[in-house]
Design a binder for this molecule. Structure first.
Ligand code: PFF
Ligand code: NA
Length: 444
């Protein structure tokens, strides 16, 4: 059977934006920002998105579109060496690790969505009464495992339907819905009393925080930048492998980064005014995985029409999470389809079956969940992207320049030589440096 391709020009962008926009923007970003000095973190993170994220994205695109294969086959074929295929295998492990914890968080979100939706008619959702205690009760154990399976099942259904009828169609529906709902929520949040304090907390820029904490901020900011752009896992290699030669990679890559960053910022413009309007200070409610649920649930419970707002909010998060989780599952699925000629349906069944087990372990064991979601994923993504970029710079070389230039305008072509220097030398050095700060600072 011929390998599938994206049906439309917009299809690839929306699928890649769908992968990028997710729990990383909505669940991880506001709290990383709060935990690491507010707007100082934002500035360092934006700098890394621009200087490392966009060129890195183009590196993954070039590999995928050149080879029309998922990472394992792409690295092996383009290099002519089995050992590079072996390095590509890490992307399969990364995809499974990512989905194992992400699906648990997705499960929490679906639970809150259902809980809110049902309460639109009838009494307040159960989590309104004591948000902290409620979250503590449902975030780990059999409940969490069950909802994880529900979220994973939805993910598998979409990937099951294939590139065009599953991932492309799904993200074409989900992404516009996310943007419209989120924009509406931000406009509504602006009308809340004391919203200005929320904006001030989020956006006030204090240069001294950067100069004093630069090295402490760097590691988390880099990790967040890779995570939010879906870099280092091979998802972007895989998605670009379904792409024709006529697209401008520099244009698509910039559009994806801009859209993803905008969603992060707009989410901040929803979350922080809402919290401050209810007198909830994010630095006091604490951080960590539960903060979004506990802090926002508290705010929703006090708001007029809080159940409606909560339903809209958790709907946004569910759609954003699903459009990312499908890109995680597609990594190991494409591997099986490309390398072993397994049918897509069997590949999805097999891999979803595996993640059903690994995710259940994460759902029952908060310490394992924390390790996978934090340290392990940071290390796998950072090392993965470094390996991909070294491949582009030192194995593909001139071919990479040619591939980047194909379909790109004059500006894109003129940037391709400095780009190759950056991805071959400067960015790997930077990534290895941040990897070392993980081992030094983050011993969790
Ligand atoms: N970019 C996604 C988010 O921000 O939620 C997470 C992600 C998806 C990371 C796919 C890595 C990946 F391969
Ligand atoms: Na993201």
């Amino acid at each position: 059977m011929a390998r599938e391709t994206w049906a439309t020009r917009l299809g690839f962008i929306l699928a890649a934006v769908g992968s990028a926009v997710g729990l990383g923007n909505i669940w991880r970003f506001p709290w990383q920002t709060a935990e690491n000095g507010g707007s100082a973190f934002l500035v360092v993170y934006l700098g890394i998105v621009l200087l490392v994220g966009v060129p890195g994205l183009l590196g993954e695109f070039v590999i995928g579109r050149r080879a029309n294969k998922s990472p394992v086959g792409a690295l092996r074929e383009l290099s002519g060496q089995r050992s590079w295929g072996f390095i590509g295998m890490f992307s399969v492990i990364t995809g499974i690790s990512l989905l194992s914890f992400y699906s648990v968080v997705g499960g929490w979100i679906i639970r809150y969505l259902l809980e809110s939706g049902v309460s639109l008619v009838g009494s307040d959702p159960a989590y309104f009464t004591n948000p902290g205690q409620y979250f503590g009760g449902v975030s780990a154990g059999a409940d969490a495992a069950l909802y994880h399976l529900l979220f994973l099942g939805l993910t598998a259904l979409i990937v099951f339907a294939g590139i065009r009828k599953g991932i492309e169609l799904g993200t074409k529906i989900m992404m516009p819905a996310v943007l419209v709902l989120l924009g509406g929520l931000a406009a509504w949040a602006a009308t809340q009393p004391n919203a200005a304090a929320g904006y001030a907390f989020f956006l006030r820029f204090d240069p001294s925080v950067i100069s004093e904490n630069f090295f402490a901020i760097l590691g988390p900011a880099a990790g967040q930048a890779l995570f939010t752009l879906s870099l280092g896992a091979g998802t972007m290699i895989t998605y670009a492998s379904y792409l024709g030669e006529d697209r401008s990679l520099p244009f698509d890559g910039s559009a994806i980064a801009v859209l993803n960053t905008s969603v992060g910022v707009i989410t901040g413009l929803v979350v922080f005014p809402l919290l401050f309007s209810q007198g909830i200070n994010p630095t006091e409610t604490g951080t960590g995985p539960g903060a979004l649920f506990v802090g926002l649930a508290g705010a929703f419970s006090q708001l007029p029409a809080g159940t409606l707002i909560a339903t809209a909010f958790f709907a946004v998060v569910t759609l954003a999470a699903l459009s990312s989780s499908i890109s995680m599952l597609e990594i190991p699925v494409a591997f099986l389809v490309d390398e072993y000629d397994v049918s897509r349906k069997r590949a999805v069944a097999g891999m979803a079956g595996l993640v059903a087990v690994t995710g259940t372990v994460c759902a029952f064991e908060p310490s394992i969940f924390g390790f996978v979601a934090g340290t392990l994923v940071n290390i796998l993504l950072t090392a993965g992207l470094a390996a991909f970029l070294l491949f582009v710079g030192w194995v593909m070389g001139r071919d990479a320049i040619e591939e980047l230039a194909s379909g790109a305008g004059a500006l894109g072509r003129s940037l391709s030589t400095p780009w190759l220097f950056a991805v071959g030398i400067v960015l790997p050095l930077f990534l290895v440096f941040t990897l070392l700060t993980h081992f030094g600072v983050d011993g969790s």
